[in-house]
Design a protein around this ligand. Structure first.
Ligand code: ZN
Length: 282
């Protein structure tokens, strides 16, 4: 999909408004059996910015003459003709996020109901590729890694991007491996999990944290110390400096709590307090 950030004035929020959908359909032998391509007349986007126009070669006139999101999505759903066994693929789950946004705002429907099974092609392809720090790679970089000539595809139009995805998928297809990447979107928590944003916890009372976690051991004498740190907004962590009752050393403890969808991730840093030497004025 191609989308454009636009403001919904009445709500004072921004939406990634879909202005083009492109897709290819494969049968069970991974042969192409259909192509979908359509631009969409936007509701909120007034004018495309020039960078976007250059990147996609889509212009304002193209969009003006297009059908609305409602009309295009109806045709798209018909064309997809998804049943319980159809797997919907996209390069990173961003497209699925954007679908949720557009379905919510334009169709007043929070679930992308026509997709029953979903797989993130980027994640699947990443399982074949080693990168530094497990960094994600772009679609064109992936194409290069698998020696696909991108000259055959003019990038940054939705259909061409899906053609690159198709070629990558055909080249790497490993049924056993791929099965592990398929998600059932019918699961009750699927969309809540998808749109959940992990965040740093700043108020421990509101978080569900096991009390046993709120302690640490003195790095000098191994005495157990209770943690009562206060939140430091600059460090985005809870901190305290406390004297160990046993060895009398001062200890610096820093705890960071990150709220994930179904758990809290805690990282602790404990060290002996060393008084900094006063800096000389130069
Ligand atoms: Zn101690």
């Amino acid at each position: 999909m191609e989308f454009n950030s636009a403001k919904i004035k009445e709500l004072g929020i921004f939406i990634n408004e879909i202005i083009e959908i492109g897709a290819v359909k494969l049968n069970e032998n991974l042969e192409e059996v259909g192509v979908f391509s359509s631009t969409i007349k936007p509701c909120y986007t007034k004018k495309l910015n020039s960078y976007f126009k250059k990147l996609t070669h889509i212009n304002d006139k193209d969009l003006k003459n297009s059908e609305s999101f409602n009309e295009v999505i109806e045709k798209f759903i018909k064309w997809c003709d998804c049943d319980e066994n159809t797997v919907f693929l996209s390069w990173s789950d961003t497209d699925l996020h954007v679908f949720v946004e557009n379905f919510t705002q334009l169709l007043k429907c929070e679930n992308v109901y026509f997709i029953k099974k979903y797989a993130d092609l980027q994640k699947y392809i990443m399982s074949f590729v080693k990168t530094e720090n497990n960094n994600q790679i772009s679609l064109s970089a992936a194409a290069e890694k698998f020696s696909l000539s991108t000259d055959d595809f003019s990038a940054h139009r939705a259909t061409d991007d899906s053609r690159v995805c198709e070629a990558l998928f055909q080249k790497t297809f490993d049924e056993k491996k791929f099965l592990n990447f398929i998600r059932n979107t019918q699961e009750p928590l699927f969309y809540r999990r998808l749109v959940f944003k992990p965040h740093i916890i700043s108020d421990l009372k509101k978080a569900n944290i096991d009390k046993k976690q709120l302690s640490y051991t003195c790095p000098v004498c191994k005495e157990k110390i209770k943690f009562d740190g206060k939140f430091n907004a600059k460090l985005k962590a809870f901190c305290e400096i406390k004297q160990c009752k046993n060895c009398k050393n001062k200890i610096v403890a820093t705890f960071r709590f990150k709220q994930n969808f179904d758990s809290v991730h805690i990282s602790k840093r404990i060290k002996k307090y060393i008084k900094k030497k006063p800096q000389e004025n130069s």
